[in-house]
Each structure stands twice: as C-alpha cells, then as structure tokens.
Design a protein. Structure first.
Length: 272
C-alpha cells in the first residue's frame, strides 16, 4: 500500500465523500462519513462500512484498521495527504464511509440505563454524552427530533467510536420516548439545576430509597436538556422526578456533557 491511487483532491470521488458533511446529502445517499483513526477503527469492527480511505503513512501507523477492513471485504483506498485533507481536514488522514445507522425504541430489549437528549443542538455535547453513556455502561441513547443529527461529522467524531457500540435512537418525540421507556420499566429522571432532589442524596439511599424518593438502583432513563436553556417546563413535567447535580464550588453551573456524565455514572454505580 505504498503507492497512492487517489492523487487528485478535486476528483468526483473525493467530492462525494466531502459532500457527506451535509445532512441532505447524507439522507439521499443513506451514508455518512466517519473521521479519525479511533472512530474508523470502531466502525470497521461493527458498522456497515463501504470504503476506507488512508494515506500511506496512516496505513502504516494503523495497520489494524486496514487489516480488519480487508478481513471484512471493505474496499481500502490510498490517497495523498492532499486528497484526505480534501475529504476531511479533521480526520488525521483516516476516513470511512458507512451506512446510516437506524434504531427504534422497539429495538431496546430490557434496558437498565438510557440517556435521552432533548433539544440538544451542539454536536460536541451530543457526541460526548453518547460517549459518556457508552462508558457508563448504558444500554442506549435517544435523541429527540429537535436535537442535532447524530450523523453530523462533529457528533460522530465526538463519540470517539461509541456511536458504534450502543443503539442510538433518533427523531422521536420526547413524550413518546418517555412513555416507551416508562412502559419498559424505567424510572424517568430529568437532570436540571433547579431539581427537587440532590444527586448525592439519592446515591446515599440507592437500593433502599423511601417512598416518593427516586431510587438510582432501579432501571433509569435520564433526560438531558438544551445547552442554553435546559429543559422546558413541559419536558420536566414528563419525568418522574427532577434531579440536580450539587455545585459545591463557585461555578455557576456544569456543562451539559459534564452533568450528563455525572448523572449516568451515579446510576451506573448504584445499579452495580
């Protein structure tokens, strides 16, 4: 793989990959772009990947990606650094094209921990919450219809490969998602700075919570709101309880992804 076969950064094939950064193009093509060695490494292990693009140097640096792609019959093309930069300047010279993933609430079998993103618009935050959900051992993530497209390149990159580890349900109404998760036996907790319950207090009584107090040891769906304004009143009203993460220092608040990580790990610990 020492001789690049793709040398023209203005070739139609290169433009086609770059165009997948647009949502309408992704939807028409049924494909999305995966950028960077970590995400591509996970994609070739678990996703329906059509093409992998690397430079000679990247192929030598990440032989496991090339080897796994070949084992799965995925086409691997070598391009110059200019070609890979034209496909994606953020990909560290490793790019893949995969089929759009699609999951529904009905696909979730006996979940114990689910992250629900309501009106989350920032790609970096959405991807980081999916990554945190994966790390905490969650069974799924759900993005409402008003949230960012999970196949946005920035979201995919921010998941660091976790997009390919757990089901991610998209495009659902929050009320529908809450009803389905509650029917599946999960408590629904909304994370909000003005919550009635303190997360640390809930951890103290996890497994033996008194009546009227959420039990983190139970299967739980956490609902996280918009970065700027949090959860709307009508969204908080859908939850069984509203929980706040304690702020002990002088910080005004926590970043959405940070707060989500704390909540998901609290449930993960309690459920152990």
């Amino acid at each position: 793989m020492s001789t690049p076969t793709l040398t023209n950064p203005r070739a139609e094939r290169v433009k086609a990959v770059r165009s997948l950064s647009g949502r309408s193009v992704r939807q028409r093509a049924g494909r999305f772009v995966v950028e960077g060695p970590q995400a591509v490494r996970e994609a070739v292990l678990a996703a329906e990947v059509h093409d992998v693009y690397v430079t000679t140097e990247a192929a030598q640096r990440y032989p496991e990606i090339v080897d796994r792609a070949h084992q799965r019959g995925i086409r691997v093309s070598v391009g110059t650094a200019e070609v890979l930069d034209a496909m994606s300047p953020d990909a560290q010279q490793v790019v893949a094209v995969a089929s759009l993933t699609s999951h529904t609430l009905a696909d979730l079998a006996g979940p114990r921990l689910v992250a629900v993103l309501a009106n989350v618009r920032d790609p970096g935050n959405a991807g980081t919450v999916i990554r945190a959900a994966d790390a905490a051992g969650a069974d799924a993530a759900v993005l409402t219809a008003e949230s960012v497209d999970v196949h946005n390149p920035k979201v995919v990159r921010s998941t660091a490969g976790s997009l390919f580890h757990l089901p991610v349900v998209t495009g659902v109404d929050l009320a529908v998602a809450v009803a389905a998760l509650r029917s599946a036996g999960l408590s629904v907790l909304a994370a909000d700075g003005a919550g009635d319950h303190d997360l640390d207090d809930l951890l103290d009584v996890a497994g033996h919570a008194p009546d009227g107090v959420p039990d983190l040891a139970r299967p739980t769906a956490w609902v996280f709101g918009n970065e700027a304004w949090g959860l709307r009143e009508e969204d908080r009203a859908l939850a069984d309880a509203v929980v706040r993460v304690p702020i002990r220092g002088r910080a005004e608040s926590l970043n959405l992804a940070t707060a989500a990580t704390v909540c998901l790990y609290a449930s993960s610990r309690a459920q152990r």
